[in-house]
Design a protein around this ligand. Structure first.
Ligand SMILES: *Cc1c(COP(=O)(O)O)cnc(C)c1O
Length: 381
């Protein structure tokens, strides 16, 4: 973390926009129910501020990935329902229970761990809640069909467990025409029907952000949006229905006037042929501004587009500001790096990645300004 001096870039996070996005998404879901996925430090935007704002805005159910994230969230929100996607190990299961974290059970081993913990307790009348995850096509986490079948033929494995949700995850939800969405939906329905004998009328959840926009067939009882809460476009083929959450603004450190043909940056990947002014902004790949954005991305100064020229270096980027009036490009002048005319999703596309990676990579090196959420705060470094 570098000191927040006068040239420090500022990351502005609009908490009211996050809450508005959650409400919009929940309102689109058939049941009206949407949890908030706040793993990876709320997609890099700060778990504390984001979760507090969402909870204040009415969101009472959260998903995180790890036990540590769950414990951090529990310290913040005593009453919220918190689910942990990675599930328990034998050594940490008691921590789940003691902090009232609901584990997602992804395989028979985790079912055994949770069942054993429950059976070993003095109070056998209080089964422990858990979410069961089915793998319908990600080949990543969750019960593959054959293992799911063993839950229905060997129901004693679930002794002491109170399944409170059956879930699965879509692989291609942002592509509404992909046949795989319908295949995963069909598999999920089939497995759900097969498990009805042991799970009863357990609620179900399939949709992430983009899944909500695939139609009500995908909604079941609960949606689990993450990315769209933070302003990423869940419908990449159409205009973004979400409110903008993130703005990143840097400041010019130096301006170089170039009047003879000359190269810019490492590797001399860019040759400047016309008389030009090149502005250096102290934000680089160490700050999450990806090197793959070299010679591709844009910034904006007072609404005028300025191209990234040359390679992004560790803590600097260079922009061609020739077309911007000199008085707007003095050292200390602001360059809009993300937001407004240049949304996160566009930077991501220019850097050959997805908005998720940009957000979670933004890092802690910026001065963070939180807007809304009941009060405007300056998060410091
Ligand atoms: C990350 C995650 C989500 C949220 O996905 P988005 O695409 O960010 O909306 C939902 N469910 C699971 C299982 C996840 O891992």
């Amino acid at each position: 973390m570098r000191p927040a001096g006068s040239t420090a870039a500022v990351l502005t996070i609009d908490l009211d926009a996050i809450v508005a996005n959650w409400r919009l998404l929940a309102g689109r879901v058939k049941s009206g129910q949407a949890a908030a996925v706040v793993k990876a430090d709320a997609y890099g935007l700060g778990l504390d501020a984001v979760a507090a704002a969402l909870h204040g805005g009415g969101c009472k159910r959260f998903f995180v990935a790890t036990l540590d994230e769950g414990l951090a969230l529990r310290r913040l929100l005593a009453a919220a329902e918190i689910a942990v996607l990675f599930g328990p190990e034998r050594a940490d299961a008691e921590q789940f229970r003691a902090s009232r974290l609901i584990p997602v059970l992804n395989h028979l081993g985790q079912v055994e761990v949770w069942s054993a913990l429950s059976r070993a307790r003095r109070d056998p009348t209080a089964p422990l809640a858990a979410i069961i995850q089915l793998d319908t096509g990600m080949s990543r986490l969750g019960f593959p069909p054959a293992e799911a079948a063993r839950l229905s033929t060997e129901p004693e494995r679930l002794a002491g467990i109170a399944p409170c949700l059956l879930m699965s995850h879509l692989a291609r939800a942002e592509e509404p025409d992909a046949a795989m969405n319908r295949e995963q939906l069909a598999r999920f329905r089939t497995l759900r029907a097969e498990l009805a004998g042991v799970l009863g009328a357990c609620p179900a959840s399939l949709a992430n952000s983009s899944g909500i926009f695939l139609g009500t067939d995908y909604h079941f009882d609960l949606a689990r949006p993450g990315a769209a809460l933070y302003g990423l476009n869940p419908t990449p083929k159409y205009s973004n229905p979400m409110a903008e959450v993130v703005r990143l603004q840097g400041k010019i450190l130096q301006v170089r006037c170039v009047d003879s043909p000359q190269t810019v940056g490492y590797g001399a990947t860019r040759v400047v042929t016309r008389p030009s002014r090149i502005a250096t902004v102290p934000v680089g790949y160490a700050d999450g501004y990806l090197r793959s954005a070299s010679n591709q991305a844009s910034g904006h100064i007072e609404g005028v587009r300025v191209a990234v020229v040359g390679r992004v270096s560790m803590d600097m980027i260079t922009f061609d500001v020739t077309d911007v009036p000199p008085e707007a490009t003095r050292p200390g002048a602001t360059v809009d790096l993300i937001g407004g005319p240049y949304p996160v999703d566009v930077l991501a596309a220019d850097a050959n990645t997805i908005g998720y990676e940009i957000l979670t990579g933004l890092g802690r090196c910026y001065r963070r300004r939180y807007l809304g959420g009941g009060n405007a705060t300056d998060g410091g470094a």
